[in-house]
Design a protein around this ligand. Sequence first.
Ligand SMILES: Nc1ncnc2c1ncn2[C@@H]1O[C@H](COP(=O)(O)OP(=O)(O)OP(=O)(O)O)[C@@H](O)[C@H]1O
Length: 248
Amino acid sequence: MSETPILATRGLVKRFGGLAAVDGVDLVITAGEIRCLIGPNGAGKSTLFKCLTHQHQPTSGQVLFEGRDLHGLATHRIARLGIAIKNQIPSIYANLDVRENIRLAGLRRGLAKRQLDRVVELTLDEIGFNESLASQPAATLSHAHRQWCELGMLLASSPRIALLDEPTAGMTREEMLKTVDIIKLLNASATVIVVEHDLEFIARLAQRVTVLHRGKVLVEDTMDKIEANEIVRDIYLGRKKEATHAER
Ligand SMILES: Nc1ncnc2c1ncn2[C@@H]1O[C@H](COP(=O)(O)OP(=O)(O)OP(=O)(O)O)[C@@H](O)[C@H]1O
């Protein structure tokens, strides 16, 4: 008998007026995997994420967490089930320092003080923040450090599933590589689904890649096979490579 997927969607649709941003998506995510979602701009990746957490109410179809239909559940109830999302815009408390931000994330898990102290210090170590960075107000962090602070908050909150929307956007290659390492740590205890455009990042992390195009799943496979797929190359990878060359 096959194992129940940790997360699945069935015929998921999200319409904005006449536009089906997500158009009948069936997704099956196995516990413990790192899945990458790719696709051209406007393919529906962020909308799909927001449907999974009910930041957007799906127009039709189902989202199933360990086989349970999440229909009608409020966003905070979904968060309490352990489905966490990191949107493109970091959601951190700008006036608090990094340690306090991470502490708040751990507190939401209901940890007692001693364990909380331990988790906070371990997390700071995992994201590679020294004392000076740990005590810096979040508002004054660089772009990459802000992203890592938010990943630290995810680590401290210990989700079952972490949805990461373009965590390396605007990062240098070196910063991207450090982000790969942090996400691997996150994946030690959480299933990870990540929307990304950076092909090296995807190749380093993803076991399977789902390609979205115009709200539908175009193909799903390993990164090697995805890169060799003519249609994907035409609509996405080819254009990306051209863009990368043009940027140089
Ligand atoms: N709140 C909204 N209201 C109306 N249309 C929306 C809304 N959010 C997204 N859309 C539209 O839905 C489509 C899918 O957008 P979405 O942001 O999900 O794409 P994406 O694949 O995440 O793109 P990108 O890679 O650029 O972030 C786009 O045509 C977008 O303009």
